[in-house]
Design a protein around this ligand. Structure first.
Ligand SMILES: Nc1ncnc2c1ncn2[C@@H]1O[C@H](COP(=O)(O)OP(=O)(O)OP(=O)(O)O)[C@@H](O)[C@H]1O
Ligand SMILES: [Mg+2]
Length: 122
């Protein structure tokens, strides 16, 4: 479970696109701004890309069936996780993107043993 933090336009979706390309996914990677979630299979993994910017309340959580999504994916990447605080599973990794005058700064935090193992492999 990877939370992606950063202001509007910080590069969260672009980062996910890069991850998918690195895993060999050649198709279109669009922002899940309206669909809230997009599904991918790449590199033998099931991935879910969420954008919860427009997510509003716990009722929507139940009706959307999001809970099941997390059981069925190997890697979940979540933009705007704070919109579903208390509903989302805890993050293994938290990534924070900051806009710089030229490019971006990316900060990683491990929040679990799994997350730490990922950082150790970088
Ligand atoms: N590392 C980068 N360096 C320079 N430009 C970037 C970088 N990452 C993204 N951009 C540019 O910033 C713009 C916004 O990127 P993106 O849509 O990925 O942001 P986002 O964080 O997903 O925004 P939102 O919160 O609205 O979903 C795009 O035009 C993209 O090309
Ligand atoms: Mg985005």
């Amino acid at each position: 479970m990877i939370y992606l933090h950063g202001d509007l336009g910080a590069g969260k979706t672009t980062l996910v696109r890069g991850v998918l390309r690195a895993l060999g996914f050649a198709g279109r990677v669009k922002s899940p701004t309206y669909t809230l979630v997009e599904h991918y299979e790449a590199g033998g993994l099931h991935l879910r890309h969420f954008d919860l910017y427009r997510f509003r309340d716990a009722e929507e959580w139940e009706s959307s069936g999001f809970r099941d999504e997390f059981d069925r994916c190997n890697i979940c990447l979540v933009e705007w996780p704070q919109q579903a605080a208390g509903l989302l599973p805890a993050a293994d990794l938290t990534l924070d993107l900051q806009i710089l005058p030229h490019g971006r700064a990316l900060t990683f935090h491990a929040n679990s043993d799994t997350g730490q193992e990922c950082l150790n492999d970088l």
